[in-house]
Write a protein of this length. Sequence first.
Length: 119
Amino acid sequence: MNNLLFLQAGTQGSVFMPILTFGLVFVIFYLFIIRPQNKKQKDTERMISAVKKGDKVITIGGIHGEVTSTKEQTVIVKVDDSCKIEFSRTGIASVIKDEKEDRFSRKGKKADSDETETK
């Protein structure tokens, strides 16, 4: 008889365990999936709204070109000397930074780090 009372008392405390487990799973899901996805979406929206004339872009179709003009919802991308294509702003996958700037900044950083290592 005492064993039955002991088993009943043990099961009453475990009612909160599934709720706690579900809450913990939700927090982990939020931190590792929902929050980074929202951050990435905001960054993409910022990048798309900041596209201006002269930027080099890559479209979601893989076309590389330079933006020649912008409108509210579209951009015109110059692909070749005689070829301009109008794209929706949402069709831009990324904006390419100037390659010369990147090369110089990398060399400068590398040179700075080499100088500090030799001292």
